[in-house]
Design a protein around this ligand. Structure first.
Ligand code: AMP
Length: 191
């Protein structure tokens, strides 16, 4: 089962991705996590990614696509995966040739997401460099401009399933699992 997860920052997609991965015994992969780790490296590429993330901009396709392909070619991703954060642009979606079973869109309003993110701090009360109010606004803005067309791309292919992200964590997870079970029973793409 190859699953894509979409939602604006603060929609809870990484929480749900990890829960889903545990329930389905599938690996969870987040391009955001990969890039945040790379941003800690002292290399030229690491420094470049750090700056890109801090500005709330997207990492170029020439870097992003080979990284995702390299990960997904590993043995542990053979039976399927939960992918969070990719494809994020139409060009990424077009270049990504792997079969997808379902793309979930976690629906949360911008207002609710901003409200949630304003409470998301590190253990010492620090905020992430890419979660300053300016960077968050930029990322939400980019989601609407750049990623919404990707949702349309999957909707046209009958792969998009919208799920309310404004419920309790467990309820959202049940909704997602329910849909996946339904797909696994061979009910095709619609529903
Ligand atoms: P996320 O945690 O998914 O919001 O990702 C954090 C940051 O990583 C984004 O703001 C981008 O700078 C970068 N990033 C993650 N996924 C992608 C992608 N598919 N394409 C380009 N940049 C990405």
């Amino acid at each position: 089962m190859n699953v894509l997860l979409y939602g604006i920052q603060g929609s809870g997609k990484s929480t749900q991705g990890k829960l889903l991965a545990r329930h389905l015994h599938l690996p969870y992969l987040s391009t955001g996590h990969i890039f945040r780790d790379m941003a800690k490296e002292g290399s030229r590429e690491g420094r470049y990614i750090k700056e890109t993330l801090a500005a709330g901009l997207l990492v170029p396709d020439e870097i992003t696509i080979p990284i995702v392909e390299k990960y997904l070619s590993r043995i542990e991703y053979k039976k399927g995966w939960i992918l969070d954060g990719f494809p994020r642009t139409i060009s990424q979606a077009e270049k990504f040739k792997t079969k997808i079973d379902v793309a979930f869109y976690l629906l949360v309003s911008d207002k609710e997401a901003l409200w949630r993110l304003s409470f998301r701090m590190g253990p010492k009360g620090e905020i992430r460099e890419d979660e300053t109010l300016m960077a968050i606004r930029k990322r939400i803005d980019l989601f609407h401009k750049v990623t919404e067309p990707v949702l349309e791309y999957y909707r046209k292919r009958d792969l998009l399933v919208e799920i309310s992200g404004e419920k309790k964590i467990e309820e959202i997870c049940e909704d997602l699992i329910g849909k996946i079970r339904w797909y696994q029973k061979g009910n095709g793409n619609k529903g």
